[in-house]
Design a binder for this molecule. Structure first.
Ligand code: E4P
Length: 214
């Protein structure tokens, strides 16, 4: 399973890339607003900083508007992927964009049917939202597993991005369930890197070293 970082904060992306395990970036309108940045400016900066795919979400709700926005967004970088909401209009846009060779990430996926239909419409990626399903007392990880099974049975090449990842345990479960990618907030990546026994072990090694060399 690959890792994308789910943020529009430039500094977080820069720091996370230095760790060497990040393959791409996802953003959404809420993250752009939170970063207090202009959509096109921030996408252009991110797309120039990273080599991997950078998902930028359209704002329009009709297919024609989404396609027009997508044509503008892909000018910002050859690695820009168009994030499209899982709506009937969104799928019409995906069908056109995929025929034009533009990569798409269908977002706000909450059922296996939605993932299958988006894949058949030509989506490069589908983004099931694990955390938001857990939020309503349902099982987001079963959804990842179901989509992974269906795509494997039918030889579907669309990649599954586990989104709305909230905890380090989500990462492990998404990897086991067959997600190709997990898009993870900076804070959760940092939590996943840490272990108290690593810290305690390092402290002991350093203390022993210091004592022996005094
Ligand atoms: C995914 O592409 C979304 O940007 C994101 O993962 C949503 O996460 P949230 O449910 O924590 O807002």
């Amino acid at each position: 399973m690959k890792f994308f970082i789910d943020t529009a904060e430039f500094d977080e992306i820069k720091e996370a890339y230095a760790f060497g395990f990040i393959d791409g970036v996802t953003t959404n309108p809420s993250l752009i607003v939170k970063a207090k940045r202009d959509l096109k400016q921030v996408i252009s900066e991110i797309a120039n900083l990273v080599e991997g795919p950078v998902s930028a979400e359209v704002i329009a709700s009709d297919a024609e508007g989404m396609i027009a926005e997508a044509h503008e967004l892909v000018k910002l970088g050859s690695n820009v992927v168009i994030k499209v909401p899982m709506t009937p209009e969104g799928l019409k846009a995906v069908a056109v964009l995929s025929k034009e060779g533009i990569k798409t990430n269908v977002t706000l996926i909450f059922s296996a049917n939605q993932a299958l239909l988006a894949a058949r419409a030509g989506a490069t990626y589908v983004s099931p939202f694990v955390g938001r399903i857990d939020d309503i007392s349902m099982d987001g990880l079963t959804l990842i597993q179901d989509i992974a099974d269906i795509f494997a049975i039918h030889g579907i090449e669309t990649e599954i991005i586990a989104a709305s990842v909230r905890t380090p345990l989500h990462i492990i479960h998404c990897a086991k369930a067959g997600a190709h990618i997990a898009t993870v907030p900076f804070k959760v990546l940092m939590q996943a890197m840490k272990h108290p026994l690593t810290d305690a072990g390092l402290e002991k090694f350093m203390a022993d070293w210091k004592q022996a060399n005094q």
